[in-house]
Design a protein around this ligand. Structure first.
Ligand SMILES: *Cc1c(COP(=O)(O)O)cnc(C)c1O
Length: 435
């Protein structure tokens, strides 16, 4: 990886460098063929078993089967759960992780993978995020050997970090507030990585979605759904994905590239869907990103998806195939809340607003096409994190599990800086862990 003008580098380098020096994103040059594996794995295969088997093929040359098992068992003390609702619909719950959101899956795997790949080397993982994803990154990286995790927050509130995990207190997490927006934070991460001397001095990489080591492991739960379902379904198989930065959609497309039999993906969006328009038109030069309208499915309120470039590269490679592979649906707030209510009444299942957007999109698709196949709906957040919306939609009170209750506790940064390299260096210097 990657293809095109940038020279190919081994997967390990891509994870440790995060971004190619010449610009753009790392994109796998070739992908493993997992058809044989998928044929042999079945309902009895556990998630860590699947992850170990797939990742030793995916990262061939960098991970032997023992390392792959160590990573997958160390990372996945939580698992996705596939709930088969009826002949047409299943829900894949992805909120069993430490912070109750699907992002735990990719980030936790990346943290375990980095720790394993580094051996006695060190790394400084610098990531830009808002409070919610920041805490997912902090939890995944805390206590990892030889890794410091610097979190760049925009000028907003910070939540859920425990003081004893901070580097000045002997831990390895450095929360830094940047006087600027999330865009400024993201730009700074890119600058740091592309500043060769800075990034070599501190061995910088990132846990943002730009890192292929966070994105590719999200393909694992698509494969997992397939092996759980394959004996039970006959017709078409689709996945419905609540889509913001398009990470899950890209991961699903990789699962297909790895040889998973699937008929398509529904990119389910709320009313902020400039990339939905793009997908429909196929005119990817022209992504119109207007102002954001706040919705109940706030993680989908995105104007320019971080993985846009990766999606474009799929379209460039095989435009005709992609046209029949990715469908988009738009779901507004009213419909989202109605779906939360309907799903609760019909299946006694709580969905968070993002899962409900995907569910509503799946229902629309099934109705429009007189569909008699099966659609797996990704439920991306723990419904109890959206207690207010759940109460509005169902009249029910959900109690927050203990591990999620601490996530909204206010926290303080260790430094507050302007978005530039010099200030960032003085904030992190002194904490790089000596090998
Ligand atoms: C981040 C997030 C999404 C969007 O996922 P992408 O992979 O960025 O498209 C959906 N739902 C929830 C709950 C999220 O936190």
């Amino acid at each position: 990886m990657p293809g095109g003008k940038t020279p190919a580098v081994p997967f390990k380098e891509a994870i440790l460098q995060c971004l190619p020096q010449g610009g753009g994103l790392f994109i796998p040059e070739s992908v493993p063929d997992l058809r044989h594996l998928l044929l042999h794995m079945g309902e009895e295969t556990s998630y860590p078993e699947l992850v170990a088997a797939v990742s030793s093929l995916l990262f061939e040359g960098d991970l032997n089967p023992f390392s792959a098992s160590r990573i997958s068992e160390g990372a996945f003390t939580f698992e996705p759960e596939l709930l088969r609702l009826d002949q047409n619909f299943s829900v894949l719950t992805l909120y069993g992780g430490p912070t109750g959101v699907f992002k735990d899956f990719g980030i936790t795997f990346l943290a375990a993978l980095l720790e394993e790949l580094l051996h006695d080397d060190t790394a400084m993982v610098i990531s830009a995020s808002r409070g919610k994803t920041g805490v997912s990154i902090a939890r995944a990286f805390q206590n990892r050997r030889n890794i410091i995790s610097a979190l760049l927050y925009p000028d907003e509130n910070i939540y859920g970090l425990a003081r004893e995990t901070y580097a000045p207190e002997g831990g390895n997490v450095i929360p830094i507030r940047i006087k600027g927006t999330l865009d400024d934070c993201q730009r700074l991460v890119g600058e740091v990585i592309r500043d060769r001397s800075f990034s070599e001095r501190y061995k910088v990489t990132s846990a943002n979605a730009i890192n292929p080591g966070r994105l590719l492991p999200q393909a694992f739960y698509f494969l997992y759904s397939f092996i759980k379902l394959k004996k039970h379904i006959t017709g078409e198989l689709l996945f419905s994905i609540p889509s913001g930065n398009l990470g899950n959609l890209i991961a699903g497309l990789y699962a297909w590239k790895f040889g998973m039999p699937v008929n398509g993906y529904i990119a389910a969006m709320n009313i902020n869907n400039p990339s939905g328009e793009f997908i429909k038109s196929g005119n990817f030069e022209d992504l119109k990103s207007g102002p954001i309208v706040p919705t109940v499915s706030s993680a989908l309120d995105i104007s320019r998806p971080a993985n846009y470039e990766r999606l474009v590269s799929f379209y460039k490679e095989s435009p005709a195939v992609m046209k029949n592979m990715v469908y988009t649906e738009t779901v507004d707030d009213k419909h989202t809340l109605e779906t939360m209510e309907r799903v609760w009444k019909k299946y006694r299942l709580y969905l968070d607003p993002h899962g409900a957007v995907a569910f509503a999109a799946a229902e629309k698709m099934a109705a429009d096409r007189n569909f008699d196949g099966h659609i797996v709906i990704l439920a991306t957040a723990h419904p109890a994190k959206y207690a207010e919306e759940t109460r509005r939609a169902t009249g029910q009170d959900l109690e927050l599990p203990d591990n999620l209750a601490s996530l909204s506790r206010p926290a303080e940064p260790v430094a507050e800086i302007k978005p530039n390299l010099e200030d960032l260096e003085s904030a992190i210097a002194g904490y790089s862990c000596a090998p």
